[in-house]
Design a protein. Structure first.
Length: 136
């Protein structure tokens, strides 16, 4: 006998025009693999035309941690789609302003100001912190 669920599952459609992802914690070699995996779900063909990364919750970042974002930017450009950084934390802003940072990404206003609510897809937190979550 088939099992019937009383409530419907909330599903995420990758055919959204814009998806806003909240990224927080540390972006470094320890978290890069998880971030890369998570971003790959949204950079595939048929994914959103615009991927907005809300980086307001990032408290530490280095070159290894930014690499998945640069890779996602390249894939989005190949798909003729856009990856945009929104509301970067002071750690991200400091990292991107460093003269040693040779790769550049687009920026923009905070996600709420960037995209009208009716056009925005779901805000999904990207799980990038490891076992040290909550520690500085």
């Amino acid at each position: 006998m088939p099992i019937r669920h009383a409530r419907r599952c909330a599903c995420l459609s990758l055919h959204q025009r814009t998806v806003v992802l909240g990224v927080g914690g540390r972006l470094d070699a320890d978290t890069a693999g998880r971030l890369r995996l998570f971003l790959s779900m949204f950079t595939v063909d048929g994914g959103p035309a615009e991927l907005v990364l809300d980086l307001s919750g990032v408290r530490a970042v280095d070159e290894d941690g930014m690499e998945p974002i640069h890779e996602a930017d390249e894939v989005m450009r190949l798909r003729q789609a856009t990856l945009r950084l929104a509301d970067p934390s002071s750690a991200v802003a400091h990292f991107l302003a460093d003269a040693r940072c040779t790769r550049r990404l687009g920026g923009g206003p905070a996600p709420d100001a960037a995209v009208p609510a009716e056009a925005r897809g779901p805000v999904v937190p990207a799980p990038v912190d490891g076992p040290s979550a909550g520690r500085d």
